[in-house]
Design a protein around this ligand. Structure first.
Ligand code: NI
Length: 186
């Protein structure tokens, strides 16, 4: 089931998500629907906050070099896939336990459609979480995967990537959003 995504500046995106107490069927269904929603919007990550569920659940599918290579081989053999895909990942109650370095990357967000901006983040992180089968795992991530994890954990804390921008850029974005809304309603 594809779920509606909240859009900036919706106040509900500011809600701090609660930890998941039990990874049960309800959570597994939510995870399934979140993946479906993320893929339908061509996203690489989605936090439960964005679909107005305020619990600590994140899904992600970040294209990786290895996977791109495998995809290329598939395309050459005639079994082309339309989308580049990495490994689907689910993080329940994620916690960043180690972080270092920094990297500036252009980010976008399904909750802020049509807007991209540079954000500075840690470029190496270690995250602990549960998966949708309730197994605990630790993941060391770099590059785009590390950036995406930080972006999604921000969502769970009610933080959007635009909050990392200068006050002036945020003001301009807000004005642009209001203008678009007005035009759409007219
Ligand atoms: Ni986002």
């Amino acid at each position: 089931m594809i779920l509606p995504i909240l859009h900036y500046p919706d106040k509900r995106l500011r809600t701090v998500a609660q930890p998941v107490l039990t990874v049960d069927k309800t959570i597994q269904t939510l995870v399934k629907n979140m993946f479906e929603t993320m893929y339908s919007e061509d996203g690489i990550g989605l936090a439960a906050t964005q679909i107005n569920q305020h619990i600590q659940v994140v899904v992600m599918d970040v294209p990786g070099e290895q996977n791109d290579y495998q995809l290329l081989l598939k395309e050459r053999s005639g079994k082309a896939k339309s989308k580049k895909s990495g490994k689907p990942l689910c993080f329940i109650n994620p916690k960043i336990v180690e972080k270092q370095g920094s990297e500036i990357h252009i980010e976008g967000c399904l909750s802020v459609p049509g807007f991209h901006a540079e954000v500075k983040r840690f470029n190496q992180i270690k995250v602990e979480a549960l998966d949708e089968k309730n197994s605990a795992f630790t993941l060391e991530a770099t590059g785009l995967l590390a950036i995406c994890i930080q972006h999604e954990i921000d969502h769970l804390n009610g933080i959007l990537f635009v909050d990392h921008l200068s006050k002036l850029k945020q003001k301009r974005l807000l004005e642009k959003t209001k203008k678009t809304k007005k035009t759409a309603e007219a």
